[in-house]
Design a protein around this ligand. Structure first.
Ligand code: NI
Length: 208
């Protein structure tokens, strides 16, 4: 890369990081102080109605999840690192939680519906905990749900051809009423994540 191109690439990286940081701060994804479930403004504006198709070909909407705490993660099967790492860690958390995790629904919403067919999603999600569900919508539905969750999603062309999709690595924790109550963040210690998940499943108080 030439000096100019390197500088420009660095600039775009900084602009991107600043934008994600600003959105995360504004929406409470990076909490300035401990989040209070169902109370804090900003936090409660994360999430919204959706109607997508599962990797088994069934329709699933947000209202179907009423009464069940759930985790939502935006990703895609071509993701080289973040998605497989996050889903592998969630699989380990499910193992640690054991039967208690039966009360929890974990959803991967693809941000790459063009390449992620239901068949590909079924194959991919099958490598992780069998209770996980992959969801797919049209491009318009995908953009609408990502916007509702204030998720950072950006298609980026690769120099070698094709493209990748940059996205945030947050796992959204939604309570049994479909309200956003906190997030699991990458690099967080296992015990902290397990404590948050137990509180989410138990439905008692703030989780983050
Ligand atoms: Ni990813």
């Amino acid at each position: 890369m030439s000096g100019w191109r390197r500088a420009r690439a660095l600039l775009w990286t900084l602009v991107g990081l600043a934008a994600v940081g600003a959105v995360a701060l504004a929406t409470g994804i990076i909490p300035r102080e401990p989040a209070i479930a169902d109370a804090a403004p900003g936090i409660s504006s994360i999430g919204g109605p959706f109607r997508l198709t599962t990797h088994k070909g069934e329709v699933l909407s947000d209202t179907d999840l009423r009464g069940r705490p759930h985790l939502i993660f935006f990703g895609f099967t071509h993701c080289p690192e973040v998605c497989p790492t996050t889903l592998s860690e969630l699989t380990l958390r499910y193992e640690a939680l054991g039967a208690a995790a039966d009360a929890l629904t974990t959803l991967l919403i693809t941000v790459d519906p063009e390449r992620d067919t239901l068949e590909i999603l079924a194959d991919y999600i099958g490598a992780f905990d069998p209770r996980f569900i992959a969801l797919r919508g049209t491009r318009e539905e995908t953009e609408a749900v990502a916007k509702a969750f204030k998720a950072f999603v950006q298609k980026v062309p690769l120099p070698s051809g094709g493209y990748t999709v940059d996205h945030n690595a947050i796992v959204y924790m939604m309570n049994r009423n479909g309200r956003f109550v906190g997030s699991l963040d990458p690099h967080e210690q296992e015990e902290i994540q397990l404590a948050k998940l137990r509180r989410l499943i138990g439905g008692k108080g703030p989780v983050s």
